[in-house]
Design a protein around this ligand. Structure first.
Ligand SMILES: *[C@@H]1O[C@H](CO)[C@@H](O)[C@H](O)[C@H]1NC(C)=O
Ligand SMILES: *[C@@H]1O[C@H](CO)[C@@H](O)[C@H](O)[C@H]1NC(C)=O
Ligand SMILES: *[C@@H]1O[C@H](CO)[C@@H](O)[C@H](O)[C@H]1NC(C)=O
Ligand SMILES: *[C@@H]1O[C@H](CO)[C@@H](O)[C@H](O)[C@H]1NC(C)=O
Ligand SMILES: *[C@@H]1O[C@H](CO)[C@@H](O)[C@H](O)[C@H]1NC(C)=O
Ligand SMILES: *[C@@H]1O[C@H](CO)[C@@H](O)[C@H](O)[C@H]1NC(C)=O
Ligand SMILES: *[C@@H]1O[C@H](CO)[C@@H](O)[C@H](O)[C@H]1NC(C)=O
Ligand SMILES: *[C@@H]1O[C@H](CO)[C@@H](O)[C@H](O)[C@H]1NC(C)=O
Ligand SMILES: *[C@@H]1O[C@H](CO)[C@@H](O)[C@H](O)[C@H]1NC(C)=O
Ligand SMILES: *[C@@H]1O[C@H](CO)[C@@H](O)[C@H](O)[C@H]1NC(C)=O
Ligand SMILES: *[C@@H]1O[C@H](CO)[C@@H](O)[C@H](O)[C@H]1NC(C)=O
Ligand SMILES: *[C@@H]1O[C@H](CO)[C@@H](O)[C@H](O)[C@H]1NC(C)=O
Length: 728
C-alpha cells in the first residue's frame, strides 16, 4: 500500500495508527497514503565514480570512429587527425553539474610527427559557454607569471594503454603539457590539438584511442541513505528544487586541498585536508562565511554534516585580528576586507549552536564574539547616530558580499548588526553566566534598531533606504537591508508589510526579485537577482504571513534556474533577462543560493530551533497553497518528525502530527480559521478552557499555539475530533 524507508518505518507506522477510525468523514483523504518516496528526487550520483551520460552529437566532428564507445566502455573510440583535417572533437555530457577529477582510459596512440599526439580538454557548466577553453580554470585567477595553461587541460597521450587522471601540474619541465586538476562542470570538450608552447613534447597529428572515461566525484556523495533530514509536500516542483539545492550544496561540500582551492592566496595549512563548505563548485573554491549563512543551514537540514561548517567557522575565529575583526575567508592570507562577513560569522556561529547543539564550539569561540562586537564594531560606530558608518575607523575601503560601492550608514550593515547582536545575546543567555553581555548587546541592538527606523526609512516609498550618498540618503533601495531589516525585527509587522509590498512592486522579475530597485549604484543592478540575499526576503515574506508571495518568489527564481542550463544546480547570480550574471565566469553551483532548503523546512514544514540543538523548537506550518507536507529534522538527540495536512481548510480542518526526542519542548502553532474552531491534542479537546493535560491554547494571528513538552508523538487536529487509534 505504501513504501516507507526502513529508518522511518516506525514513525509512519505509528502515524498511520493515529488516523481517524473507519467511518470518520476525513478518513479517506487525510490519509497515510500520501506518497513516501522522496528518494526519487535525490540528484546525487550513486557512487563516487561517475560515468558520462551522453555525447552532444552536434559537436562531433573530424575523423572519429565509434564515438558512443566512450559511453559504453565496451569498444574503443578513435580520434585521428592528419595535416589539413578538421580537428577531431567530441563533447561529452555528464547530465548534470558535477565536481572532481576526470580520468580517461586511453587504449593507445600513435604519432605521425615527433611528440606524443595531444588531446586538449575544455570544461563547461553550460553549452552556452563551451568553447576551446574551459568556462573557468585556475589560470583565470592566477597572476600572469604563474599561468601554466591557456584555460584548457593538455594531455600527451602515451602509446601504451594507461589511465590519465586530471591532476594539477605539468607533465614536462614544470611548464609544459599542463592540466588544471579539479573541475566543476557538466560538459567536457575533447579535441586533438597541440599547443605550440608544448613543443617538442606534443604534436597535433596522429591517432588517439579512448576506451572509457569517468569522474572521481569529490563532493559530498549525498545518496538517499545519507539524508538525516528531508522534505516532501503536495507540490512536486518545490520538492524537486529542495533536493536540487541539497545537491548543489553537496558539490560545494568538499575537502580543502591546496591545488584545488582558490589560487589567490587562499591556501591555508590550518584548513588543509578538512571538510569545508566551498562557495562554488568550479570557482572561488574557498569557504566564505557569508555563504555559510545559507549553505550551513542546508547542510544541517539535509545530511547534517556539521563539521563542514564548523571547520570553517573555527578556522576564521582562530584568525581573528587584534582589533576584533574576523576574516571572511582564507583568501589573501585571511586579509580580504569585508564589513558584513564578521557579522555573518556571529550569525553562523549561532546557527551552528542552535541546529547542532555544539556547546564546545560556542564556548571556545565566545570570547571571539565578545571581542568582535565590543571592539571592532564600536570602532566604526558613529556615536551620535549609534549607527555603523562605513568610512569610520579602518572601514573605508571595506566591501561586502557583492563588493557594492556604498558608503556611510548603510541599512544592510546596521540591520545585520542588530541580528548579530540579538543572536549573540541569545548565546550569552543559553550559556549562562554572561548576563551583562546579553543585556548590553540587547540594549545596543535596540539603539541601532531605533536609529535605523528613524534615520533610514524612506516614507515616500515605504521601504528602507540603501544608505547614504554623502550626507543625504542615496536614492536607491536594496533587497538586503530591507529583507534583513524584517528578519532582525528592526521592522515591525506594519513596516514589514509596507517594505515587502514595495519590493514586490519595484523588484519582481520573471526570474526572481532583483537586489536593487534602480541603477543609482551601478548599471543593471535592478535586473540582477541573487538567490543568496533573496533567501532573506523569502523568509521575511513567510514570517510576515505572506506565504503566497514567498512561494511566488521561489517559483520564479528556482523555476528559472531549473529550466535553464545546467539545470538542477543553483546559480551564484542571475543577470538581465535571466542570463548568467557574470557570463562564463558565473558559478552555476553555489551553496549560498540554496536557501529554498531552509525556507521550506523552516516555514512550510514549519520547524525551527528555539533552544540549542533544538532542545526547544517551534513548529508553525505556513502552508500557502501547499496542501500537505512532511519531513524529518535531525537533532542531536534524534529526529523531529512532522506531517501536516491542510487539504480540508475550506471546512476549517487542519491535521498535524509530530514526534520529537524525549525531553524536548515544542511550541506548536496550527492555523485556525476562527476563534471558536475546536482544537484537539490526541483526541482531547484543548481549546476553550481547562483540559486533562493542562494544555493552554493561545490564539493569535490566525494560529492556535500550544506548548507540548517531551515524550513521543502528538497529533493535533483542528476542526474535527480525531477518531480512535487503529492498528494496521
Ligand atoms: C547542439 O545541440 C544542443 C541540444 O542537444 C543545443 O542546445 C545546442 O545549441 C546545439 N549546439 C550547436 C552548436 O548546434
Ligand atoms: C580516419 O582515420 C582512420 C584511422 O583511425 C583511417 O583509417 C581513415 O582513413 C581516416 N578517414 C579519413 C576519411 O581520413
Ligand atoms: C580558442 O578559439 C578562439 C576563437 O575561436 C581563438 O581566438 C583562440 O586562440 C583559441 N584558443 C586556444 C587556446 O586555442
Ligand atoms: C600541487 O601541484 C603541484 C604542481 O603544480 C605539485 O607539485 C604538488 O605536489 C601538488 N600538491 C599536492 C598536495 O598534490
Ligand atoms: C579520488 O580523489 C580523491 C581526492 O584526491 C582521492 O583521495 C581518491 O583516491 C580518488 N579516488 C579515485 C578512485 O581515484
Ligand atoms: C600569512 O600571515 C601570517 C600572519 O600575518 C604570516 O605569519 C604568514 O607568513 C603569512 N603567510 C603568507 C603565505 O604570506
Ligand atoms: C555622525 O553622524 C552625524 C549625524 O548624521 C554627523 O553629523 C557626523 O558628521 C557623523 N560623524 C562622523 C565622524 O562622521
Ligand atoms: C544607546 O544610545 C544612547 C544615546 O542615544 C547611549 O547613551 C547609550 O549608551 C546607548 N546604549 C548602548 C547599550 O549602546
Ligand atoms: C512600527 O514602526 C514604525 C517605525 O518605527 C512606527 O512608526 C510605528 O508606530 C510602529 N507600528 C506599530 C504598530 O508598532
Ligand atoms: C535583455 O533584453 C532586452 C530586450 O529584449 C535587450 O534589449 C537587452 O539587450 C537584453 N540584455 C541582455 C543582457 O541580454
Ligand atoms: C520542558 O518543559 C518542562 C516543563 O514544562 C521543563 O521541566 C523542562 O526543563 C523543559 N525542557 C527543556 C529542554 O527545555
Ligand atoms: C469557525 O469555523 C468552523 C469551521 O470552519 C465553522 O464550522 C464555524 O461556523 C466557524 N465559526 C464562526 C463563528 O465563524
Amino acid at each position: 500500500m505504501w513504501r516507507s524507508s526502513l529508518f522511518l518505518a516506525s514513525f509512519w507506522g505509528h502515524l498511520a495508527r493515529c488516523y481517524p477510525a473507519a467511518g470518520s468523514s476525513y478518513q479517506s483523504t487525510l490519509g497515510f497514503e500520501r506518497p513516501d518516496d522522496w528518494q526519487k528526487y535525490v540528484q546525487s550520483p550513486a557512487k563516487n565514480v561517475v560515468s558520462p551520460l551522453a555525447i552532444v552529437s552536434n559537436y562531433t566532428q573530424g575523423n572519429i570512429t565509434n564515438v558512443d564507445g566512450l559511453l559504453t566502455g565496451q569498444s574503443v573510440t578513435t580520434l585521428t587527425r592528419n595535416s589539413g583535417d578538421t580537428i577531431p572533437t567530441i563533447v561529452v555530457d555528464f547530465g548534470k553539474n558535477i565536481v572532481g577529477f576526470l580520468s580517461i582510459q586511453f587504449d593507445g596512440a600513435y604519432n605521425s610527427t615527433p611528440g606524443d599526439p595531444s588531446v586538449r580538454l575544455a570544461f563547461s557548466e553550460t553549452l552556452e559557454y563551451l568553447t576551446n577553453v574551459s568556462d573557468f580554470s585556475r589560470s583565470d585567477n592566477q597572476p600572469d607569471g604563474q599561468k601554466t595553461t591557456p584555460g584548457s587541460d593538455q594531455i600527451a597521450v602515451k602509446s601504451d594503454p594507461y589511465t590519465w587522471t586530471d591532476t594539477h601540474g605539468c607533465e614536462f619541465e614544470d611548464t609544459k603539457v599542463c592540466a588544471d586538476g579539479l573541475h566543476g562542470f557538466r560538459y567536457v570538450k575533447i579535441y586533438m590539438d597541440a599547443l605550440p608552447t608544448d613543443a617538442p613534447y606534443t604534436a597535433s597529428y596522429g591517432s588517439v584511442s579512448i576506451s572509457s572515461m569517468s569522474l572521481n566525484f569529490t563532493g559530498f556523495l549525498g545518496t538517499p541513505d545519507t539524508f538525516t533530514g528531508w522534505f516532501q509536500s503536495s507540490d512536486e516542483q518545490l520538492n524537486q528544487w529542495w533536493y536540487d539545492s541539497v545537491y548543489t550544496n553537496d558539490v560545494c561540500t568538499d575537502t580543502f586541498r591546496e591545488n584545488d582551492t582558490e589560487p589567490r592566496g587562499a591556501y591555508s595549512p590550518t584548513l588543509d585536508g578538512k571538510l569545508v563548505l566551498h562557495d562554488g563548485a568550479k570557482r572561488d573554491r574557498d569557504p566564505y562565511v557569508g555563504d555559510l549563512a545559507v549553505s550551513a543551514l542546508t547542510s544541517y537540514l539535509s545530511h547534517n554534516v556539521p563539521l563542514a561548517a564548523r571547520n570553517v567557522l573555527a578556522d576564521l575565529g582562530d584568525h581573528q585580528r587584534s582589533d576584533g575583526w574576523i576574516p571572511p575567508a582564507s583568501i589573501n592570507n585571511y586579509t580580504l576586507p569585508l564589513l558584513d562577513y564578521p557579522l555573518w560569522w556571529v550569525v553562523c556561529s549561532y546557527d551552528l549552536y542552535m541546529y547542532t547543539g555544539d556547546t564546545e564550539y560556542i564556548t571556545n569561540y565566545y570570547p571571539n564574539i565578545v571581542k568582535l562586537l565590543d571592539t571592532f564594531y564600536p570602532s566604526i560606530t558613529n556615536t551620535t547616530t549609534q549607527l555603523l558608518q562605513k568610512g569610520l575607523g579602518v572601514s573605508d575601503g571595506y566591501g561586502d558580499y557583492a563588493f557594492l560601492p556604498r558608503t556611510g550608514t548603510v541599512t544592510y550593515y546596521n540591520v545585520l548588526y542588530v541580528l548579530a547582536l540579538n543572536h549573540a545575546a541569545s548565546i550569552a543567555t543559553f550559556l549562562g553566566g554572561h548576563d551583562d553581555d546579553a543585556y548590553r548587546w540587547t540594549a545596543r541592538a535596540e539603539n541601532v534598531s531605533d536609529a535605523v527606523n528613524s534615520n533610514l526609512f524612506d516614507t515616500s516609498v515605504g521601504a528602507f533606504w540603501d544608505g547614504t550618498c554623502g550626507s543625504s540618503p542615496c536614492a536607491t533601495h536594496a533587497q538586503d537591508g530591507n529583507s534583513i531589516g524584517i528578519r532582525s525585527g528592526v521592522a515591525n509587522q506594519t513596516t514589514a508589510i509596507s517594505v515587502l509590498s514595495y519590493l514586490s512592486k519595484a523588484m519582481a522579475r520573471p526570474y526572481g526579485n532583483s537586489f536593487y530597485d534602480n541603477e543609482v549604484l551601478q548599471e543593471s543592478f535592478s535586473q540582477r537577482v541573487y538567490a543568496f540575499i533573496s533567501y532573506f526576503e523569502i523568509d521575511a515574506r513567510f514570517k510576515t504571513g505572506l506565504a503566497d508571495s514567498a512561494l511566488d518568489q521561489i517559483r520564479r527564481m528556482y523555476g528559472w534556474m531549473a529550466a535553464n542550463e545546467p539545470g538542477i544546480t543553483a546559480w551564484e547570480g542571475i543577470g538581465p533577462n535571466g542570463s548568467k550574471y557574470e557570463g562564463a565566469f558565473t558559478s552555476l553551483a553555489h551553496g549560498w543560493s540554496t536557501g529554498i532548503v531552509p525556507a521550506l523546512t523552516n516555514n512550510v514544514l514549519g520547524v525551527t530551533p528555539t533552544g540549542p540543538g533544538f532542545s526547544a523548537y517551534n513548529i508553525k506550518p505556513i502552508p500557502g497553497d501547499v496542501q500537505w507536507a512532511k519531513g524529518v529534522i535531525p537533532t542531536p538527540k534524534g529526529p523531529i518528525k512532522i506531517y501536516w495536512d491542510n487539504s480540508y481548510k475550506n471546512q476549517g480542518v487542519f491535521f498535524l502530527t509530530v514526534s520529537a526526542p524525549d525531553g524536548y519542548n515544542g511550541t506548536i502553532s496550527v492555523p485556525v480559521t476562527n476563534a471558536t474552531v475546536p482544537v484537539y491534542v490526541n483526541s482531547q479537546l484543548v481549546s476553550g478552557g481547562e483540559n486533562e493535560r493542562d494544555i493552554k491554547v493561545v490564539l493569535e494571528g490566525g494560529y492556535a499555539s500550544l506548548l507540548v513538552s517531551g515524550v513521543g508523538e502528538n497529533t493535533i487536529t483542528v476542526g474535527y475530533q480525531q477518531g480512535g487509534k487503529r492498528d494496521l
